[in-house]
Design a protein around this ligand. Sequence first.
Ligand SMILES: NC(=O)c1ccc[n+]([C@@H]2O[C@H](COP(=O)([O-])OP(=O)(O)OC[C@H]3O[C@@H](n4cnc5c(N)ncnc54)[C@H](O)[C@@H]3O)[C@@H](O)[C@H]2O)c1
Length: 360
Amino acid sequence: MRVLVTGGAGFIGSHTCKALAQAGHTPIVFDNLSTGHADAVRWGPLHTGDILDPVSLDAAFITYRPELVLHFAALAYVGESVVDPARYYRVNVAGTLSLLDAMRRHGVSRIVLSSSCATYGIPATLPISEASPQQPVNPYGFTKLATERLAADYERAYGMRWIALRYFNAAGADPEGELGERHAPETHAIPLAIGAALGSAPPFRVMGTDYPTPDGSAVRDYVHVTDLADAHVRAVDHLGHGGPSGAFNLATGRGTSVLELIDAVAAITGCTVPVIHAARRAGDPPELYANAALAEQVLGWRPRFVEIAPMVATAARWFMTHTEHTQQAEQTGPAQETLHDSLDPAGAGPVRLAQSLDQR
Ligand SMILES: NC(=O)c1ccc[n+]([C@@H]2O[C@H](COP(=O)([O-])OP(=O)(O)OC[C@H]3O[C@@H](n4cnc5c(N)ncnc54)[C@H](O)[C@@H]3O)[C@@H](O)[C@H]2O)c1
């Protein structure tokens, strides 16, 4: 199928384009390159444009006649969403609305949305399932929940079919070394820990060592980016074969603590990871992990990567062979974070922004 991939020049989108091409589909990337990279678009054409621009969207739909849309394009820094919610609602919610309306104008009625564990907020029970209450605690989480609601309402009213994939903490890099994670500022734990180990980023800050977890550090569910990409290919096939709409967790079900992650980085790089122990952040739950049985049942998806060490190995390979990217981590050091999924509910302001840039 011809698949329009908004945000296809970004981290998860580019890995998904590779997987789509390998599965025989044609990915057409629609991206404004605000955080993405043109050189990561290698498996189909790049249409440079903004999802908020209907003229540019129309041009892409007319030129490439996509049959289905994968929608990754979004802003994804929790702290920034607290400081500048207007921008987040505009790009993430109004942008999705603009895309859905372009799809309607061009008769395209299938979409896969990048949703997030941030839509659950702070869970009352673990593991998180799709039936867990969705109670976001920051604007970013609300924007992602709003896109799910938009899709469901567009189905009822206009027959749009949709899949919302709720990723937990995206991790790793293409095992073949062609693609990796290149965020600036980088706020994700694995690249920051690798940067700290290699001496190209500041010491790694462990935010909280007194949580009620086995080693006192916070626990998160890391899911490999190629497993996320595989889930998207399965979602395309599901919708392509007339499957019904639905929302699915993408997670391994296994929690990894920050200290376990650091040990894995040290073992794989052969370097000590310099760390600074810091206080807990308000709003960060001690533990987050999820049940992804529904994705297995309906999409036949099962993550190939479950242990943290092999995930870290793919990321380390990318950083060790692309030293220019480790420099980015160094330049943006003050914004360093230890956890992807800060559920920091409030606390706007520059300091708070620097400390809560990591939920995606
Ligand atoms: N990385 C994670 O751990 C994670 C977890 C849960 C959900 N998500 C979601 O997955 C998606 C992809 O995340 P990522 O980590 O690959 O982010 P990313 O920043 O690497 O990719 C986002 C892409 O969207 C593009 N983009 C942004 N605004 C745009 C606009 N207005 N018009 C066109 N293109 C635009 C960017 O240039 C970039 O290429 C996002 O929707 C994010 O909210 C990510």
